[in-house]
Design a protein around this ligand. Structure first.
Ligand code: UT7
Length: 337
C-alpha cells in the first residue's frame, strides 16, 4: 500500500511586540498609506530581548504542536528547521529546538532556502515518511528577520517580521498529505536578495559591520518581477499536473511577501480571494514561517479532503509549489485549537 506524508497537526508562535506602520513612520521616511498599498502590511511581530534567537519561537511553536496533537516529544524521529536566521552559524537551530522540547530520540538539521525553505523542508521531511523509514517528522519554519533588518532602510524594514510555525508529518495509507511538488532554484538570482557578509566568503569584520553588510540587501523591484512570474507559474503547473481545476482547489497558501504577488498568483490560478490564506497584514514577511503561520490561522476552516496548493518564492532564487490533500477536520473543542 502506498504511504503518503500527511500533515496531522499545526503549531505556531509569534512574539508579543507589535511593530505598526505608525511606529515605522517615526523610524524612516514612509507612510502607512504607502506600506499598505504597496505591500498589504499593517503590522509585524518582533522578538525583543537579549539572547533571544529564532529557536525561542521554534520551541514554542513545536511545543504547541506536541500539546495539540497529544504527541510525546520522545516519539519524534526527526525535526527539520527551515530558517534563514539560525541562532548560530552552527550547530543547527533544529538541534536547539529538539533539546528545548525534549525530543531526545530525534535527529535534526536546518534547511536554508530563504523564503522557500519551508516548502523545501516539507518535501524533504515527506520523503522520510513516504519511504516508510520514520513515523513522526516535524517541519519547523522559523525566522527572527528583525536580526538582519536595517531599521534605517525604508524599502526593507517595512516588509519583514518574526515568527515560527510547525507541522507534524505522519504516514497515511488513504492518500492524504503531500501529493506532488514542483521545486526550483536559480543561483543567478543571488545578487538581488542576499546578506553580503557573515559567511565564509566575507567573514565578519569591523569593515563589514561599518558597511552594514550583515543586513538584508534586496533589489525589491527585480525580486518582485521574478516572484510574480515564477510563483504563479509553479502553482499553475502543479494544478495542471494533477488535473485540478480552480473549483477543485479549496485553498491557496501563498508565501506572504507582498499582497500584490499573492494576488497575481491567485489570478493566474483563477481562484478568488475567498480561497486565499492571508495574514500578511498582521505579520508581514516572516520568511520561513509564513506558510505554517497561515495554516495555523486557518486550521479551523480546513476540512479532510481539501485540495490545498502551497506556493513560495524567495532569495537564491528559490521557488516552488506543493499540492496537499488535507488529512483532518476542524477540532470542535476550542480548548484544542
Ligand atoms: O520574500 C522574499 C522575496 N521578496 C519579495 O518578494 C519582495 C518583493 N519586492 C517587493 O515587495 C517590493 O519591491 C517592495 C515592497 C520591496 C518595494 O516596492 P516597489 O513598489 O517595488 O518600490 P520600489 O523599490 O520600486 O521603489 C519605488 C519608490 C522609490 O522612490 P523613487 O525612487 O521612485 O522616488 C522608493 O524609494 O518607492 C520608494 N520607497 C518608499 N517610499 C515610501 C521604497 N520604500 C518606501 C517606503 N515608503 N517604505
Amino acid at each position: 500500500m502506498k504511504i503518503t506524508a500527511a500533515i496531522t497537526g499545526v503549531g505556531a508562535y509569534v512574539p508579543d511586540y507589535v511593530l505598526t506602520n505608525q511606529e515605522l513612520e517615526k523610524l524612516v521616511d514612509t507612510t502607512d498609506e504607502w506600506i499598505t498599498t504597496r505591500t498589504g502590511i499593517k503590522e509585524r511581530r518582533i522578538l525583543k530581548g537579549e539572547n533571544q534567537g529564532t529557536s525561542v519561537m521554534g520551541i514554542k511553536a513545536v511545543q504547541q504542536l506536541l500539546d495539540k496533537t497529544g504527541t510525546r516529544a520522545e516519539e519524534i524521529d526527526l525535526i527539520i528547521c527551515a530558517t534563514t536566521t539560525p541562532d548560530l552559524v552552527f550547530p543547527a537551530t533544529a538541534n536547539i529546538i529538539s533539546a528545548g522540547v525534549g525530543a531526545t530520540n530525534a535527529f535534526g538539521y536546518d534547511v536554508q532556502a530563504a523564503c522557500s525553505g519551508f516548502l523545501f523542508s516539507l518535501a524533504t521531511g515527506a520523503q522520510f515518511i513516504q519511504s516508510g523509514m520514520y513515523k513522526k517528522v516535524i517541519v519547523v519554519g522559523a525566522d527572527k528577520m528583525s536580526s538582519i533588518v536595517d531599521y534605517t532602510d525604508r524599502a526593507n524594514c517595512i516588509i519583514f517580521g518574526d515568527g515560527a510555525g510547525a507541522v507534524l508529518l505522519e504516514p497515511s495509507t488513504e492518500g492524504y498529505g503531500i501529493l506532488d511538488q514542483v521545486l526550483r532554484s536559480d543561483g543567478k538570482g543571488e545578487q538581488y536578495l542576499y546578506q553580503k557578509a557573515g559567511g565564509s566568503r566575507r567573514p565578519p569584520s569591523a569593515e563589514t559591520v561599518a558597511n552594514k553588510e550583515h543586513f538584508i540587501y534586496q533589489e525589491g523591484a527585480t525580486v518582485f518581477k521574478f516572484a510574480v512570474t515564477n510563483m504563479a507559474n509553479v502553482a499553475a503547473e502543479v494544478m495542471e499536473r494533477n488535473n485540478l481545476t480552480k473549483e477543485d482547489v479549496a485553498w491557496l497558501v501563498p508565501h506572504q511577501a507582498n499582497k500584490r504577488i499573492i494576488d497575481a498568483t491567485a489570478n493566474r490560478m483563477g481562484v478568488g480571494p475567498e480561497k486565499v490564506m492571508l495574514n500578511i497584514h498582521r505579520y508581514g514577511n516572516t520568511t520561513n514561517a509564513t506558510i505554517p503561520l497561515c495554516l495555523s490561522d486557518y486550521e479551523q476552516q480546513l476540512h479532510k479532503g481539501d485540495n490545498i496548493i502551497l506556493a513560495a518564492f524567495g532569495g537564491g532564487f528559490t521557488w516552488g509549489s506543493i499540492y496537499i490533500k488535507w488529512a483532518y477536520d476542524p477540532n470542535p473543542d476550542p480548548q484544542h485549537a
